[in-house]
Design a binder for this molecule. Structure first.
Ligand code: AMP
Length: 513
């Protein structure tokens, strides 16, 4: 298929803000791809190269712009992919000239529209809102499969293109299953503002301490143990105490989900940032282990003794968990249908120094990678994971630093972001320095006071209240917003949605919006 077809589809996606319409347009494009083109087309539609980051910066892109453009579209998807493949393999000292030639040759075969599209694709700046969630639905529609099956396959496989190939070419995604030592994206939780909301929604529920540590997924087969972070990085070398613990567990094959924490001598947990030191790049494991020992708390079991448990209800997965994990390493848990008891448990969690509780449905499957409505988090302060849309240059002591952040919630209907407020609070000098550098690499536009960025950086924002505001597009603004921490572990499509913010507003105001 010709590249111009994709450029046209991409424009048609950007033209509509309706999620359903985007899905329809995308799926009709997918239906027309041949088997060999599926992986390429799917990657480009979500704004990614199949080769990942191939190191083409703005300077190279600029230098490679050909003086001319093709008059008629002739580039195929496969031509483009092969061009990028060559570029990806042309690296190392002395390769700069060859890379420039390759890129210029590729762009010279493109029409003006295609050149523009390729430049945006290379820079990761395609803004058509065709994010992964929309693509999953489009694949399901094109392959006549339930969305939940495609989503599940994606979580187990981790590769959108592979799932799309199976769905579109074979018409089934059932063959994807959990593979030991290949981590799956962890299940996430939705925020609630009150425990009564959790009970209303879930009925009798399991309440667990919500600990503010580092999420880990542990895989064990025989003597071999591997530990992964929530971004699926292998951190086994950094956590020898977890490996030793798992080796002693009475199970040949097991996959566990949990949180690790470092504790102070008084028994209260260190803040997240301190625990994170155990995962630093230049970590001296033995010394750090001595000063900052880690304790894991497991709360889920995804596989035991050759059997995948992902689709099993929570009760059964927790029963499996309790079979293999020694008592001290189980997350404190309490099952109740009663609000008063849940409140007591919440207080107990806070008194022990934790940030709140999780409420979990007893009969729900493990929804890998999803912010499911069967896991609800309730913290003692309100927080939202928002995306930075722009930042303003600071004044006075903050001159030269990007300071005031514009914050947006995800709008699942359009795939865009809705601004909810600004904050420059909660930022240390080190964070200001870091964000100034990082945000400039994401710059898409600027004016005198503000740098506008690709909406990619997720930041956890604490706030006291939500108020109605005519100044912001959703009619809502956060009050007393402050940065709690950056969330490099989360991507923009895992940020909180405007629907969540509206629901929270309704709760806080006791009315509707
Ligand atoms: P958040 O990062 O605010 O979206 O909250 C979800 C995170 O809380 C998970 O990714 C875990 O790292 C963490 N967490 C702490 N305790 C639990 C628990 N009992 N169950 C699930 N997640 C937990």
């Amino acid at each position: 298929m010709l590249l111009c077809d994709l450029v046209h589809t991409s424009r048609r996606l950007a033209e509509t803000s309706s999620r359903l319409e985007k899905i329809a347009r995308l799926s009709s494009y997918l239906e027309r791809l041949s088997f060999d083109e599926i992986a390429i087309g799917v990657s480009y539609c979500v704004g990614r190269l199949r080769q990942g980051n191939i190191g083409i910066g703005p300077a190279l892109l600029q230098a490679a712009q050909p003086a001319q453009a093709a008059h008629h579209p002739c580039l195929t998807l496969t031509d483009v992919d092969q061009g990028f493949e060559k570029l990806a393999h042309t690296t190392g000292p002395g390769s700069a000239e060859a890379r420039l030639r390759l890129l210029r040759a590729l762009l010279a075969k493109a029409t003006r529209d295609e050149q523009q599209f390729l430049a945006q694709l290379i820079q990761g700046a395609l803004r058509q809102g065709a994010m992964e969630g929309i693509m999953v639905e489009a694949i399901a529609r094109a392959a006549h499969l339930p969305v939940s099956e495609v989503r599940r396959a994606l979580m187990l496989e981790g590769d959108l293109a592979a799932v799309a190939q199976a769905a579109l070419a074979q018409g089934t995604v059932q063959a994807f299953h959990l593979t030991l030592f290949k981590p799956v994206l962890p299940m996430l939780a939705q925020p609630v503002s009150d425990l009564s909301e959790a009970l209303e929604h879930l009925g009798e529920a399991a309440f667990e301490y919500k600990m503010d540590g580092v999420r880990i997924q542990l895989h064990k087969m025989g003597h071999e143990v591997r530990v992964f972070t929530r971004t699926l990085h292998d951190v086994t070398h950094a956590v020898p105490e977890l490996v030793e613990l798992a080796q002693g567990m009475p199970a040949q094959t097991v996959v566990l989900d949990g949180e690790v924490l470092a504790f102070r001598v008084d028994g209260t947990p260190h803040p997240f940032q301190t625990t994170m030191r155990r995962f630093g790049r230049k970590t001296h494991v033995a010394t750090l282990r001595h000063h900052l020992p880690l304790t894991p708390f497991f709360f889920d079991c995804l596989h035991l003794a050759g059997e995948d448990l992902i689709d099993q209800p929570t009760r059964l997965r927790v029963a499996a968990l309790q079979q293999v994990v020694p008592e001290p390493f189980l997350t404190p848990r309490f099952v109740t249908p009663h609000l008063e008891e849940a409140r007591q448990f919440f207080k107990q969690a806070l008194a022990a120094g934790h940030e709140g509780v999780m409420a979990k449905a007893l009969d729900a499957p493990y929804e890998a990678g999803c912010r499911g409505s069967t896991w609800l988090k309730m913290k003692h302060i309100h927080t939202l994971d928002l995306v930075i849309l722009a930042a303003e240059w600071g004044h006075g002591r903050r001159k030269g630093w990007l300071s005031n952040l514009h914050l947006g919630a995800r709008d699942p209907a359009s795939g865009q972001f809705v601004m909810l407020g600004k904050t420059f609070k909660g930022l240390t000098d080190a964070l200001l320095e870091w964000q100034t550098q990082t945000l400039q690499t994401l710059k898409v536009a600027q004016d005198e006071s503000t740098v506008y960025v690709r909406p990619e950086l997720v930041v956890e924002i604490a706030f006291n209240d939500i108020q109605a505001s005519p100044h912001y597009p959703a009619g809502l603004a956060l009050r007393f917003a402050r940065v709690k921490r950056f969330r490099p572990d989360k991507s923009a499509n895992q940020a909180d949605t405007i629907d969540t913010v509206r629901a929270l507003y309704t709760r806080l105001k006791g009315g509707t919006f």
